[in-house]
Ligand binder design. Structure first.
Ligand code: 1AE
Length: 415
């Protein structure tokens, strides 16, 4: 069964996948459209109906998938509902609560996508720098960027942090991010941590000639986020890492809208596994970590790749990327950063699937190199060079020792 009509201007649409073995999907769709807007409809007198009409949700489409021999649990429908913008304020919490608040707890239903109206989107400025702005800051326009992640930071002091930063930077990475689990602590307090890392960045730049962005983990209670962001920036931070799902997309919007927080923001996906992996519940990854994160204002979005240690299916991964880059959204594009368990031997796959509009990001894959983190960074840069030159990694490794050792440790998966 399939019904479809276009959403009118002034409406934002939500698409759901609803699993139910017996339901009349058309009725269910009507129930959602009415239940999440005016509440009841059929019982209303005509005059009240007329008054409520502008606030009533509309069923846009119902695409039922009910194969003849569907096993129990496999019957579902994709349902799109249009919600009047009149019903909610122009912020992500209002959009999410309207479209999926109570509904998220009502049976086996997953929010697949949201298409906010242009009026809704006008309230958002999106990424301040975006993919292009980050590239311009670094002066790198002709290859994927390379990011490395601090590892083993808890329990370490400032000199250790300095050394770790320096080694990563000497390897030729463009971006270095704090580990998302590094919070305010007595050994590496915020300003001292930033100053230490910025010192190490300057030291490395004298050797590599390369500019670098350091994404300091922005932490603390929500009420202190702005203040902490400014403290970090005043101490020299030129990027911020933000655990967007722990705080909510709206907190990211607040940071991105603040003109004094004038550095790129990288959104970390910590907690995302509580939202997207189930086919039956939650919010789909392309929406959660792609579209919403970009609307909220992240310049980079991290998410698990299809290749490494924490895996997201490739189709979903590419849909996250598509939403971060989608030119039909009136916002700057955000950098996709497929992450977790990435090593140099995966670079051909990453570049095959994501092209050059990608950040190659690794923690263990840099620090775990047999000759240390600087060599780990160089191995990644060599892998990127090899793919750009159209040469197989194993062949390129014949006269690139760092890459050879990386392949010896982790292997290679050619595209
Ligand atoms: C999906 C986020 C990945 C991340 O933040 C992280 O720390 C990855 O580390 P590695 O590359 O798996 O060691």
């Amino acid at each position: 069964m399939s019904t479809s009509k276009p959403a009118a201007p002034g409406y934002s649409t939500a698409t759901y996948r609803l699993f139910d073995d017996k339901a009349d999907f058309a009725k269910k769709a009507e129930g959602i459209a009415v239940g999440l807007t005016v509440g009841s409809w059929t019982e209303l007198p005509q005059v009240a109906k007329q008054r409520m009409e502008p606030y009533l949700g509309q069923v846009v489409s119902v695409q039922a998938h009910e194969p003849e021999n569907a096993a129990p649990g496999e019957r579902y429908a994709d349902i799109t509902i249009a919600y009047p913008d009149l019903n909610f304020s122009r912020d992500i919490p209002a959009l999410l609560v309207t479209t999926f608040g109570k509904l998220s707890m009502d049976g086996r239903i997953k929010l697949l996508d949201l298409n906010p109206s242009s009026a809704f989107l006008e309230a958002f400025s999106g990424p301040k720098f975006g993919m292009q702005g980050v590239r311009e800051k670094l002066g790198v326009t002709d290859r994927p960027l390379l990011m490395s992640i601090f590892k083993s930071v808890i329990g370490y002091d400032l000199p250790n942090l300095h050394e770790q930063f320096l080694q990563q930077a000497l390897g030729g990475v463009d971006l270095i991010k704090d580990d998302e689990i590094l919070f305010e602590n007595p050994l590496t307090p915020l300003e001292r941590r930033v100053e230490t890392c910025v010192d190490a960045a300057r030291e490395a730049e004298k050797v590599t000639g390369q500019k670098l962005i350091y994404f300091t983990n922005l932490t603390g209670p929500t009420s202190k986020l702005r203040e902490n962001a400014r403290r970090a920036i005043d101490a020299g931070a030129n990027g911020l890492l933000f655990n967007v799902l722990a705080y909510g997309h709206d907190a990211l919007t607040e940071l991105a809208n603040d003109s004094s927080i004038n550095v790129p923001i990288a959104a970390h996906p910590a907690l995302a596994g509580a939202y997207y992996p189930s086919p039956y519940h939650g919010i789909a990854a392309p929406l959660l970590l792609g579209k919403l994160v970009r609307i909220a204002g992240a310049d980079l979005s991290l998410f698990p790749s299809p290749y490494g240690s924490v895996v997201m299916p490739k189709e979903e991964n590419l849909a996250v990327q598509a939403n971060l880059l989608d030119p039909s959204l009136p916002l700057k594009a955000a950098f996709p950063v497929p992450s977790a368990g990435i090593h140099p031997g995966l670079v051909p796959l990453i570049m095959r699937d994501f092209g050059e509009a990608v950040v190659v990001n690794a923690g263990g894959g840099v620090h775990g190199h047999a000759q240390g983190a600087a060599a780990g960074g160089r191995a990644f840069r060599q892998a990127i060079d090899a793919v750009q030159a159209g040469v197989g990694l194993s062949e390129y490794a014949n006269d690139h020792e760092e890459l050879r050792l990386a392949i010896e440790r982790w292997g290679v998966r050619e595209a």
